[in-house]
Design a protein around this ligand. Structure first.
Ligand SMILES: Cc1cc2nc3c(=O)[nH]c(=O)nc-3n(C[C@H](O)[C@H](O)[C@H](O)COP(=O)(O)OP(=O)(O)OC[C@H]3O[C@@H](n4cnc5c(N)ncnc54)[C@H](O)[C@@H]3O)c2cc1C
Length: 298
């Protein structure tokens, strides 16, 4: 059987790529293949081929909400970062390809005086990742402004979901169960006052810089907010701030973050996540569920 790069010789496909060069944590082992599609057609063809040949696929945006283990990932890892077009229609509707940075989409909304995405101004992820995770902050969430999402199904067909069909919940969307690849999202927004939108964005960014350890690589908040608690406070009250395994450390600035202090491995992250969960459970009988996805070879 032909190899992936022989099947699609003109596509940007590379073998045996170190994923740590692409993740926000800077950890992660090798992927068998990495593919950076430039068009929907390229993406569709490779998804179809992968389905026909049982080649596992993993779709990533900016890899800012996951930990990849040291054994890496089997099959093909598809980075959508080269598909990042943003268009504005009818003055209140924005369509963004999945690889567009949510920060840039928030900036376009600001440029057109559209309100509803101010909270996203400092989130270092893609539109695809934000829809998949139902990203949110400061009382805002992607499902509040989302109108529809186009996907490629696992068998390579194009399908459109309305926002209502995507069963959004706290850091949850239906795409987490379907295995679809998000290719673009359309947002319907309300007109607002440009100066107020800009002020809100600046305020959220200031608050982020004050509270979050943006000076170190990380994957954002590691744990979901448990009902009735704050993960960061539970971790702090467990005396774990600054606790370190290898190069992975519970941030001294925000206990909900685990930062890479320089030489962290995927194994350091996995062990530290488990340690935090165990200690918090021991002290408070609260199960901390991970928000970040831990992806490995199996
Ligand atoms: C410093 C920092 C601050 C953060 N602050 C916030 C915050 O305030 N609020 C918040 O919600 N998150 C926050 N995050 C987490 C993260 O940035 C968001 O969840 C972001 O939306 C993830 O996008 P991504 O492109 O990086 O996704 P990735 O990490 O690349 O992927 C996340 C998941 O989505 C899937 N996925 C990605 N793209 C697609 C696609 N096109 N189709 C199908 N599946 C896809 C992946 O397979 C993976 O399972 C923060 C992270 C950091 C590092």
């Amino acid at each position: 059987m032909k190899m992936l790069n022989e099947m699609f010789p003109s596509y940007n496909i590379q073998a045996n790529v170190n994923l740590g060069d692409y993740t926000n944590t800077r950890v992660g082992g090798p992927a068998d293949w990495c593919f950076w599609p430039k068009t929907q057609q390229e993406l569709q063809q490779v998804v179809h081929f992968a389905n026909e040949t049982d080649l596992p696929i993993t779709v990533l945006g900016n890899a800012s909400n996951l930990v990849i283990t040291d054994d890496g990932r089997q099959g093909v890892v598809i980075f959508l970062t080269d598909m990042h077009q943003i268009e504005v229609f009818k003055k209140n509707s924005i369509t963004a390809e999945a690889g567009a940075w949510i920060i840039e989409v928030a900036q376009v909304a600001y440029d057109y005086s559209l309100t509803g995405l101010e909270w996203a101004a400092g989130i270092p992820g893609s539109i695809g990742g934000a829809v998949f995770m139902n990203a949110g902050a400061y009382g805002g969430q992607i499902d509040q402004v989302l109108q529809s999402v186009d996907v490629i199904t696992p068998v390579g067909e194009i399908k459109t979901y309305s926002a209502a069909e995507l069963a959004f919940g706290y850091r949850h969307s239906l795409v987490q169960e379907t295995g679809d690849v998000i290719i673009r999202a359309t947002f319907t927004m309300q007109p607002g006052k440009r100066s107020e939108i800009g002020e809100k964005m600046a305020d959220f960014n200031t608050r982020r810089a004050q509270k979050q350890p943006l000076e170190f690589p990380s994957c954002g908040s590691v744990f979901k907010r448990p009902t009735g608690y704050f993960a960061g406070k539970l971790i702090m009250d467990s005396g774990l701030q600054g606790y370190q395994i290898g190069g992975a450390q519970v941030s001294t600035k925000h206990a909900g973050f685990i930062v890479n202090r320089g030489q962290a491995t995927g194994s350091d992250y996995v062990q530290l996540i488990k340690h935090v969960q165990d200690v918090v459970y021991e002290k408070f009988s609260v199960n901390l569920e991970t928000e970040v996805r831990v992806l490995g070879r199996k």
